[in-house]
Unconditional design. Structure first.
Length: 195
């Protein structure tokens, strides 16, 4: 039989680790995991290799006096959980946030995600992919909106005009959108994207 005790602080760990004399020469010694026994995982590749240990690290060290270190550990754990299934990712994210001190939580939340530079190739690749997909979706939606507005203002659009609008850059679409307000003809609204 084995008793494994996980403690939130070293004082409780010392108490829980005391050997219990059962009598008749029998003694019972629980196995105790204390926060200081959990490695401080700040390296994202190490965290990705063992996401559960990374989360345990954030839980054990999230209230350390060194807030900066706590935030680094939390970031590594959060990045490690990104590649997991959605349920585990949400659970781990919540456990990490709950385990942080108020100061560490504020520091983590005050970070500007737009300015954060991802350290791993994994994160850079997927963030770049998401940004590219978002831009493509945004450009397609704006293209569709511009086509509808032009149709509403100038009537059914010729197929070549629809193709040009679909292929236009974001800047060109924005320019057309601005011209729509004052253009008197379709040609005037599309001036810069026509051959």
């Amino acid at each position: 039989m084995c008793l494994f005790v996980v403690t939130a602080d070293d004082a409780t760990a010392r108490w829980a680790a005391k050997v219990i004399d059962l009598g008749g020469g029998n003694r019972f010694a629980p196995l105790v995991l204390r926060p200081s026994g959990v490695p401080e995982i700040t390296d994202e590749s190490q965290a990705r290799a063992d996401p559960e240990l990374a989360v345990l690290s954030a839980m054990a060290h999230g209230r350390d006096a060194d807030t900066g270190k706590s935030v680094q550990i939390a970031l590594a754990a959060q990045m490690a959980s990104l590649g997991l299934d959605a349920d585990r990712s949400r659970l781990y994210f919540d456990l990490v946030l709950f385990s942080l001190s108020e100061a560490a939580r504020r520091e983590l939340q005050s970070m500007d995600p737009a300015k954060y530079e991802y350290q791993s190739d994994f994160a850079r690749r997927y963030v770049a992919q998401g940004q590219a997909e978002g831009l493509a979706e945004g450009r397609a939606a704006l293209s569709s909106l511009i086509a509808k507005q032009l149709t509403s203002r100038f009537g059914v659009l010729p197929e070549d005009v629809r193709a040009r609008i679909a292929a236009a850059s974001l800047r060109e679409l924005e320019t057309i959108g601005e011209r729509l307000l004052s253009a008197k003809t379709l040609s005037e609204a599309l001036d810069r994207i026509q051959d």
